[in-house]
Design a protein. Structure first.
Length: 141
């Protein structure tokens, strides 16, 4: 299967999962795609709930934005592609410093570098980023 087809299939699968009905608060929550990546990559600055109140907020030169209002701040549409580029590191964020820091696409690529060939590594990276952005989409108020 060509690499582009694998990536497209991964994106479709994640998007389909995002359309499933949300669980009620009374139900135990099973593994949530992107939750662990968010906890490790984002929560330190953006906070566990995405409101910009992470434990490292005092060290930031620019206040971490409230990620729960992205849809609200974008006319009711969650800016999935824009956030995807930011997380990947292709779109510069002033609060993130240089384009290399942090570029989570590069970090996720390093995670898989010794286990996967280039095509599978790229698929893995894209999948991790799509899951992470999907989790942020779920944080919207």
């Amino acid at each position: 299967m060509p690499a582009r087809s694998v990536v497209s299939l991964a994106v479709v699968a994640v998007m389909a999962a995002l359309m499933l009905p949300r669980q009620t608060a009374a139900q135990p929550r099973p593994h949530v795609p992107g939750a662990e990546a968010y906890r490790l990559a984002c929560a330190q600055c953006h906070g566990a709930d995405g409101r910009g109140d992470g434990p490292l907020r005092e060290l930031l030169s620019i206040k971490a934005p409230d990620l729960t209002t992205l849809r609200q701040r974008n006319n009711g549409e969650f800016p999935f592609e824009r956030i995807l580029k930011m997380v990947d590191g292709r779109e510069r964020i002033a609060a993130h410093g240089t384009p290399e820091m942090p570029a989570w696409g590069a970090v996720f690529s390093l995670e898989a570098s010794d286990r996967l060939d280039a095509v599978r590594r790229e698929t893995y990276v894209r999948g991790r980023i799509v899951e992470l952005v999907g989790f942020v989409a779920e944080l919207q108020r």
